[in-house]
Design a protein around this ligand. Sequence first.
Ligand code: FES
Length: 91
Amino acid sequence: MSLGKNNPIVCRCEEIRERDIIRVIKAGARDPDAVKRMLGAGMGLCQGKTCGSLIAKIIARETGRSLSELLPAKVRPPVRPIKIARLKKPN
Ligand code: FES
Protein backbone atom coordinates (compact mmCIF):
# COMPACT_ATOMS: atom_id res chain seq x y z
CA MET A 1 0.00 0.00 0.00
CA SER A 2 1.27 3.42 -0.81
CA LEU A 3 -0.46 6.52 0.36
CA GLY A 4 1.30 8.59 -2.25
CA LYS A 5 4.59 10.18 -3.19
CA ASN A 6 3.56 13.66 -2.15
CA ASN A 7 3.77 13.13 1.61
CA PRO A 8 0.01 13.36 2.13
CA ILE A 9 -1.62 14.60 5.30
CA VAL A 10 -2.87 11.63 7.32
CA CYS A 11 -4.34 13.42 10.34
CA ARG A 12 -5.96 16.55 8.97
CA CYS A 13 -6.84 18.17 12.25
CA GLU A 14 -3.31 17.90 13.64
CA GLU A 15 -1.72 18.39 10.17
CA ILE A 16 0.41 15.29 10.50
CA ARG A 17 1.83 13.89 7.32
CA GLU A 18 2.81 10.38 6.27
CA ARG A 19 6.50 11.27 6.50
CA ASP A 20 6.06 12.35 10.16
CA ILE A 21 4.49 9.00 10.98
CA ILE A 22 7.27 7.08 9.22
CA ARG A 23 9.82 9.11 11.21
CA VAL A 24 8.33 8.07 14.58
CA ILE A 25 8.02 4.46 13.44
CA LYS A 26 11.74 4.51 12.69
CA ALA A 27 12.23 6.02 16.15
CA GLY A 28 10.45 3.06 17.74
CA ALA A 29 6.67 3.55 17.53
CA ARG A 30 5.14 0.13 16.87
CA ASP A 31 1.41 0.69 17.31
CA PRO A 32 -1.20 3.42 16.80
CA ASP A 33 -1.07 4.39 20.49
CA ALA A 34 2.67 5.02 20.28
CA VAL A 35 2.21 7.18 17.17
CA LYS A 36 -0.55 9.03 18.99
CA ARG A 37 1.67 9.70 22.02
CA MET A 38 4.66 10.78 19.94
CA LEU A 39 2.86 12.94 17.36
CA GLY A 40 -0.68 13.62 18.49
CA ALA A 41 -2.01 11.89 15.37
CA GLY A 42 -5.50 10.70 16.24
CA MET A 43 -6.01 13.24 19.02
CA GLY A 44 -7.94 15.76 16.96
CA LEU A 45 -11.62 16.06 16.20
CA CYS A 46 -12.05 12.67 14.58
CA GLN A 47 -10.37 10.91 17.54
CA GLY A 48 -8.90 8.36 15.12
CA LYS A 49 -12.15 7.40 13.40
CA THR A 50 -10.86 8.69 10.06
CA CYS A 51 -7.09 8.67 10.41
CA GLY A 52 -6.73 5.61 12.66
CA SER A 53 -6.96 3.06 9.87
CA LEU A 54 -4.50 5.02 7.72
CA ILE A 55 -2.02 5.20 10.60
CA ALA A 56 -2.38 1.46 11.20
CA LYS A 57 -1.79 0.75 7.49
CA ILE A 58 1.38 2.85 7.50
CA ILE A 59 2.66 1.04 10.60
CA ALA A 60 1.86 -2.35 9.05
CA ARG A 61 3.61 -1.42 5.82
CA GLU A 62 6.69 0.03 7.50
CA THR A 63 7.12 -2.75 10.09
CA GLY A 64 6.05 -5.75 7.98
CA ARG A 65 3.32 -6.63 10.48
CA SER A 66 -0.23 -7.52 9.55
CA LEU A 67 -3.05 -5.12 10.29
CA SER A 68 -4.72 -7.71 12.52
CA GLU A 69 -1.72 -7.57 14.88
CA LEU A 70 -2.18 -3.86 15.45
CA LEU A 71 -4.67 -2.89 18.10
CA PRO A 72 -6.61 0.29 17.42
CA ALA A 73 -5.56 3.33 19.43
CA LYS A 74 -7.33 3.75 22.75
CA VAL A 75 -10.17 6.23 22.64
CA ARG A 76 -10.02 8.96 25.25
CA PRO A 77 -12.83 11.46 24.96
CA PRO A 78 -11.76 15.09 25.12
CA VAL A 79 -11.93 16.52 28.64
CA ARG A 80 -13.62 19.84 29.09
CA PRO A 81 -13.31 21.92 32.24
CA ILE A 82 -16.50 22.57 34.21
CA LYS A 83 -17.22 24.81 37.16
CA ILE A 84 -16.95 23.22 40.61
CA ALA A 85 -20.50 24.38 41.36
CA ARG A 86 -21.80 21.89 38.77
CA LEU A 87 -20.38 19.04 40.84
CA LYS A 88 -22.51 19.89 43.88
CA LYS A 89 -25.31 17.49 44.74
CA PRO A 90 -28.79 18.74 43.89
CA ASN A 91 -31.02 19.34 46.92
S1 FES B 1 -7.80 13.24 11.34
FE1 FES B 1 -6.96 14.12 13.10
S2 FES B 1 -7.59 12.93 14.75
FE2 FES B 1 -8.19 11.92 12.96
